[in-house]
Design a protein around this ligand. Structure first.
Ligand code: SF4
Length: 447
């Protein structure tokens, strides 16, 4: 660690080192003994900047593997222009980013006696599915949303880091990867889709490259994991991932938060990729990949939404036949630009529109699920039930709960299985004959 700058920077260095020490790393007294050199920079005065740049240059010359952090890290482009070989750059107080970069540059060998954290990190989800975060922040400024003011503009992770994490998760038993961000289709826009080497080839930080590579991973059983894309805005390049779904490379599922359909409401909402032809494109996607599930969310009662706008939305939904829909009544979140818009919608009208959109989308969902009765669908098992010993009529058979490819965990429906084998385990993917359906869920038996 080469620590430059003021006491605040010194404290940052201490925190970074404390975390690295806790992770099992040791400090080296010289360049030669280090697997990687961290330079914590100062960018306050021109002279301090120059000193920091010289320190980076020296570390590169002496060791070659250099991670830059600290105040000068905010001028990443300038640093990269002078030292393109720097491994990673982060700004002041970005402890997590620095520590992550060290983990990547000099991974600690897994030691069962000292590692408290399993390989693949601690997870709050069950072992068989994992969220894969590809970026943080958002470049849009939707009128009802305060995320950009809390999380800042889009910062995409390196594609090789994302893929390495995905590979580790799959090796540790993940059967389903859920790709998340604030705006998945914008992945890599901030880094100009910076390519990185991955398995001997160049891969861009771009949603299509990411989808293709994730689809190429294999579980311990040699099968591809399910790969589900969330928070996708309908930019033109989304069309390119639909053939990957048709080929079975990624799960035929798109979570697109449309939020509305009426052009003037979308305009007032300042929604990204808000163009008139979305409905046509939805139909085209279905032509290419008939099994695609489209999930979305909608807001009713946004300021200025007229009866005509709402009717437009209902008609649009009839045309789009979305598989899964969540609806929300507009709420003025503190700090959101939408709160200042004229013509708020009275609560009782909001409520009525909410009830109507729920009825409409539940009817579409019920019809779509009814059409699946009689088919055999792959289902991932989330939970195995137990025989009900207290019920004298119970014949000892057990049930299980799973999800089809059309169901993301927590937000969509389930597939309820009857009479499953005692050998069935959480995370198994089995073919299920669908026997019945209701508004949200399917019911069946292992085929
Ligand atoms: S709602 Fe809009 S501003 Fe908020 S995170 Fe999503 S795209 Fe970004």
């Amino acid at each position: 660690m080469v620590s430059l700058g003021c006491p605040k920077a010194l404290v940052d260095s201490e925190r970074i080192l404390t975390k690295l020490r806790a992770d099992g790393y040791a400090m080296s007294a010289d360049y030669a003994g280090a697997d990687v050199v961290l330079v914590n920079t100062c960018g306050f005065l021109d002279s301090a900047k120059e000193e920091s740049l010289e320190a980076i240059g020296e570390a590169l010359a002496e060791n070659g593997r250099v991670i830059v952090t600290g105040c000068l890290g905010n001028e990443a482009e300038m640093i990269r222009a002078r030292y393109p070989k720097v491994l990673a750059i982060s700004g002041a107080h970005q402890y997590e980013a620095v520590v992550g970069a060290v983990h990547e540059a000099a991974p600690m060998p897994v030691n069962a006696f000292i590692n408290l954290v399993p390989e693949g990190a601690l997870k709050l989800t069950p072992r068989h599915y994992s969220y894969l975060k590809i970026s943080e922040g958002c470049n849009h400024r939707c009128a009802f949303c305060i995320i950009p003011s809390i999380r800042g503009d889009l910062v995409s992770r390196r594609i090789d880091a994302v893929l390495r994490e995905a590979e580790k998760l799959v090796a540790a038993g993940t059967k389903e990867l859920l790709v998340i961000s604030q705006d998945t289709s914008a992945y890599g826009v901030d880094t100009r889709h910076e390519p990185r080497e991955w398995k001997g080839r160049e891969v861009r930080a771009h949603m299509t490259d990411l989808a293709r590579e994730l689809g190429g991973l294999r579980t311990a059983e040699g099968t591809p994991p399910w790969v589900r894309l969330h928070y996708v805005y309908p930019y033109p390049h989304v069309d390119q991932v639909i053939p990957l779904m048709a080929e079975g490379l990624i799960t035929p599922y798109l979570d697109i938060p449309f939020q509305h359909a009426a052009p003037n409401v979308l305009k007032a909402m300042k929604r990204p990729a808000n163009e008139a032809k979305v409905l046509e494109r939805v139909h085209k996607w279905r032509d290419i990949c008939p099994d695609i599930t489209i999930r979305s969310t909608f807001v009713v009662g946004f300021p200025g939404e007229t009866d005509a706008d709402f009717e437009y939305l209902l008609e649009w939904l009839e045309g789009a036949q979305l598989d899964r829909v969540g609806a929300f009544r507009f709420e003025p979140v503190e700090g959101a630009a939408a709160n200042l818009l004229p013509n708020p919608v009275p609560e009782e009208i909001k409520e009525e529109r909410f009830q109507r959109i729920m009825e409409k989308t539940a009817a579409i969902s019920a019809a779509k699920l009814a059409a699946k009765v009689g088919r055999v669908l792959p289902v991932i098992i989330d939970e195995i039930g137990e025989a009900d010993a207290s019920d004298p009529d119970c014949d000892g058979s057990i049930g299980a709960t799973g999800r089809s490819q059309a169901d993301a965990p927590e937000i969509d429906g389930n597939v309820f299985l009857r009479d499953v084998s005692p050998t069935l385990a959480q995370g198994d993917i089995v073919n299920v004959a669908i026997e019945d359906a209701d508004e949200h869920d399917l019911f069946g038996v292992v085929a």
